[in-house]
Design a binder for this molecule. Structure first.
Ligand SMILES: Nc1ncnc2c1ncn2[C@@H]1O[C@H](COP(=O)(O)OP(=O)(O)OP(=O)(O)O)[C@@H](O)[C@H]1O
Length: 578
């Protein structure tokens, strides 16, 4: 585990222990009882935050997953299964996983309102089923047996808090893993995530499965908390309210889940004491969710921002570790002998149509091993379409694409990326919530901290602990390039990497791109409008116009050809004028 992960896990343990001790030691028994409900709700909210806040999908059936966990615990209690409540709660979580995966399956095709309707329909169906079958032990008033050590209400608070801590620690570690970064990546752009080799179906299903597991745990804990359960505890309305609170509080963060748990538990208590109807709470939660979505900041994020500025004002040391400084680039990929092995990438008679528009027709091109090849052409010539087809982002095309002799037809984008075809985009699609280092881990798993730091220094990006949202647009383009080359694929396809760069930066980038084959062992296909960059980086270029190849060869010769000058008339005149 990295030092930064260890520090944040330790901080989580200390804060939870201090807060738990304060509640346990200072509050009267009734408030400790309420605090237990806060903690149990916070556990469920953490699971919901994973799917909604992190992975960006809508799930309106969190309490149904909790109901599965609670039902399982009730049943294990009735049959007096071995292991007692701690084991039953975990089994309750596991029982909810298949339901989570089943609900995740529509998420592979549906988004937004359609996914919301599917998850809501599941919650409604679960309502009906629960009302019919009742909870085990409900009719005979058989209470769920708590462990002896945690039998009292105060003891059960500690029991629930231990589960909260375990879930928070697990999610904290997960958020720093490649899967955690993949959740953020699919929320930001599924296409860009696939281009990094992330499997979208697997990532979405993992989010739903983990979320359902956590909800199942919370349901099982609720069974032990209340003793006996009724179907209203897990109704569709409860799921809707939980979703609103998760959106408002920012349940993807541990403190957001606790804020949400306090709102869900203590607000109804306040309304009860004021003699106001409970529905007022749900209306306010909905308004709070709208406010959070409109402002783009959840309550937990506001809290973090204020705490950070307070830390700066008080001059306290921040816990962020200093970036490791290294000079060792990752070793280049094992390069095949170019003469013996043939070209890295061969495209033969590629054709693409968008309805009646012929975007590419009979385009053939090859990228020899260890070279940088340019693909240029005026706007609308078909360059991005070419990259989309090669990297697997078009549903269909004519012709063939071969990587090191292997045909890629039929393979989806993430598999092509894993095989060694990596791309960047015309506009950067890096999730802004990630740190620079986490993005590099996502794009190129397995790099050591020293190698990450060296790649970033080489391309001219800030240190790994810098947040992407604090980085300017031009530098994010460089990070795009760093991500693809650090993975050391067979070939990288760079789509206008100099967009947003100054003239000097573009020339520097040209030198870096020319170094890619030697330093990383990857061949390069460069799409670019900046002719100085093309001249500086490429050994061969192919020129397209209206979807067809009009010239190819060494840059100096090809750029002088009349047909190319004609296609580039506007640009040629600009260059002459300059
Ligand atoms: N999704 C689409 N639907 C219909 N037509 C499209 C689509 N995408 C691109 N085209 C058309 O295909 C042709 C090639 O577009 P493409 O974006 O590949 O060109 P380009 O060379 O990358 O242009 P630029 O340099 O401006 O990025 C253009 O005529 C464009 O209008």
């Amino acid at each position: 585990m990295k030092r930064a992960d260890l520090t944040s896990c330790l901080a989580l343990v200390v804060v939870t222990a201090v807060a738990g001790l304060a509640v346990y030691g200072l509050l009267p028994a009734y408030w400790v009882f309420l605090a237990t409900a806060v903690v149990i709700t916070a556990i469920s909210l953490q699971g919901l935050g994973l799917v909604t806040g992190r992975a960006g999908m809508i799930a309106l059936c969190q309490m149904s997953f909790a109901g599965v966990g609670a039902w399982t615990v009730g049943w294990l209690n009735v049959i007096e299964a071995p292991g007692g409540l701690p084991v039953w709660v975990v089994l309750g979580g596991l029982a909810a996983v298949p339901f989570g995966v089943a609900i995740g399956l529509p998420a592979l095709r549906l988004r937004g309102i359609n996914l919301a309707i599917v998850t809501l329909a599941f919650a409604a169906a679960f309502d009906v089923i629960l009302a019919t079958i009742t909870f085990p032990g409900q009719t005979s008033f058989l209470s769920v047996a708590r462990p002896d050590l945690f039998d009292s209400d105060e003891g059960y608070f500690v029991f629930a808090l231990l589960f909260y801590l375990a879930v928070a620690l697990g999610l904290s570690v997960l958020s720093r893993s490649r899967l955690g970064s993949a959740f953020l990546a699919i929320r930001h752009s599924e296409r860009a995530a696939a281009a990094l080799g992330v499997s979208i179906p697997l990532t979405k299903l993992s989010a739903f499965a983990i979320s359902a597991f956590i909800a199942g745990l919370s349901g099982g804990l609720l069974a032990g908390y209340l003793g006996t359960l009724v179907s209203e505890n897990f109704s569709m309305m409860q799921s809707l309210a939980l979703f609103a609170v998760a959106t408002m509080a920012g349940a993807q963060l541990a403190e957001g889940a606790i804020i949400g748990g306090m709102l869900v538990t203590l607000f109804p208590e306040l309304l009860r004491r004021l003699g106001l109807p409970q529905d007022v709470g749900n209306v306010l939660f909905a308004l709070g969710a709208v406010q959070a979505l409109a402002s783009g900041e959840t309550m937990a994020e506001t809290l973090r921002r204020n705490l950070a500025s307070l830390t700066v004002k008080l001059g306290l040391p921040r816990f962020a570790p200093s970036a490791p400084v290294g000079t060792v680039l990752p070793p280049p990929r094992n390069r095949r002998d170019p003469a013996a092995a043939g070209p890295t990438l061969v495209i033969d008679r590629l054709g693409v149509r968008y309805g009646q528009v012929v975007a590419l027709s009979n385009v053939s091109l090859s990228v020899p091993a260890g070279t940088v090849v340019g693909l240029i052409g005026p706007n609308g010539a078909g360059k991005s379409t070419f990259i989309d087809a090669v990297t697997g982002f078009l549903p269909a095309y004519e012709g063939s694409v071969r990587l090191e002799g292997r045909p890629l037809e039929g393979l989806p984008a993430h598999e092509r990326a894993r095989l060694g075809v990596r791309r960047t985009w015309q506009t950067t699609r890096i999730p802004p919530d990630l740190s620079v280092g986490a993005y590099l881990d996502l794009a190129a798993p397995g790099l050591s901290p020293e190698e990450s730091a060296a790649v970033l220094t080489w391309i001219g990006c800030p240190s790994p602990d810098t947040l992407v949202q604090a980085v300017d647009a031009g530098t994010r383009r460089l990070l795009d390039v760093a991500g693809v080359v650090a993975a050391r694929p067979a070939v990288v396809l760079l789509d206008e990497p100099a967009a947003g760069q100054s003239y000097d930066q573009a020339l520097r980038l040209a030198r870096r791109i020319a170094e890619i084959p030697r330093l990383f062992g990857s061949s390069v296909l460069l799409v670019e409008h900046d002719m100085d960059l093309v001249r500086g980086a490429c050994s061969q270029i192919t020129v397209c116009d209206f979807g067809q190849v009009i010239a190819s060869g060494p840059p100096m010769r090809v750029l002088e050809e009349p047909v190319v000058k004609k296609a580039y008339l506007g640009i040629a005149l600009e260059e002459d004028a300059a």
